[in-house]
Ligand binder design. Structure first.
Ligand SMILES: Nc1ncnc2c1ncn2[C@@H]1O[C@H](COP(=O)(O)OP(=O)(O)OP(=O)(O)O)[C@@H](O)[C@H]1O
Length: 274
């Protein structure tokens, strides 16, 4: 079943100072199936975050439609949970309280919400930290908490906007492995924005490569790598490098154009319908 359908999405911003109109997204269409991990990748400033913010309901599109679980998006809602790059946690609540909060909002009784919150803390490896406060956690642990908080609410789609971008390289690898482990056990539907090609290949079932602004879908690349995935084994597979090379090749089209290189050059390869 389709969890998220983005159809001919278009977004123009009006610059507050100059009053000029900037088209961020020209026309973007793709769908994410239930239990699928889809990453969106593209050159800097191509509109990745804008697509995510429109899906989250934080930003309104200028054209096109976004449908989540069969319902058109019209503002934020509990069917979409967002994990941000910087941790949007409640500093005055404990780790347990942060996870239980959304459940409370949804009217889940106290005993059940604490049990559910603990289950998700265990899933992300934070079971020993239930009574700590966010400032007592490392950046990586805060990000795990962000994931637990979203997953506990069982959203139709988990939206992740470069969640590991500000985390040191070694911790990032561990968090990526943990995220893929969580994905393999619980199969949430994930829409993941990144500019890290290896990260996208490691985590995803499919990668939507956008062109530079005003963006369009350049190609949707299938990632048919076996799961469970572990950096040590997965990155060794020839198929991993083949896919990463393919994505880099697609991104290079825009770099060439931007630097006045092979303008308009296109790459070979079949397009995959969304
Ligand atoms: N509120 C806004 N007002 C005006 N222009 C905006 C606004 N938000 C984004 N833009 C413009 O829209 C374009 C797309 O921005 P967006 O942040 O979505 O891109 P991105 O691909 O996520 O960028 P990055 O890779 O740098 O994170 C950019 O040119 C940006 O300057």
């Amino acid at each position: 079943m389709t969890a998220l359908e983005i159809d001919r999405l278009h977004k123009a911003y009006t610059d507050t100072y100059s009053g000029e109109e900037v088209t961020a997204i020209d026309e973007v269409s793709f769908a994410v199936k239930e239990g699928e991990f889809v990453s969106v990748l593209g050159p800097s400033g191509c509109g990745k975050t804008t697509v995510l913010n429109i899906v989250a309901g934080f930003v309104r599109q200028s054209g096109g439609t976004v449908v989540v679980d069969g319902r058109p998006v019209d503002g934020p809602g509990p069917d979409r949970g967002v994990v941000f790059q910087s941790h949007a946690l409640f500093p005055w609540k404990t780790v347990l309280g942060n996870v239980a909060f959304g459940l409370r909002m949804r009217g889940v009784p106290r005993a059940e919400r604490n049990a559910r919150a603990r289950e998700f803390l265990e899933l992300v490896g934070l079971n020993g930290f239930a009574h700590r406060y966010p400032h007592e956690l490392s950046g990586g642990m805060q990000q795990r908490l962000g994931v637990a908080r979203v997953l506990a609410n069982e959203p139709a789609v988990m939206l992740m906007d470069e969640p590991f971008a500000s985390i040191d390289a070694q911790t990032r690898r561990k968090l990526q492995e943990d995220l893929t482990g969580i994905f393999e056990t619980r199969r949430p539907t994930v829409f993941f924005v990144t500019h890290d090609v290896d990260e996208a290949v490691f985590l995803s079932d499919r990668i939507v490569v956008l062109s530079r602004r005003p963006s369009r879908v350049r190609e949707i690349v299938n990632v048919k790598l076996p799961r469970p995935r572990r950096w040590q084994d997965t990155a060794e597979l020839p198929e991993f490098r083949r896919i990463a090379n393919r994505v880099n090749e697609l991104l290079a089209v825009d770099e060439d154009t931007a630097t006045g290189g092979v303008a308009g050059k296109d790459v070979e390869g079949g397009h995959d319908a969304a």
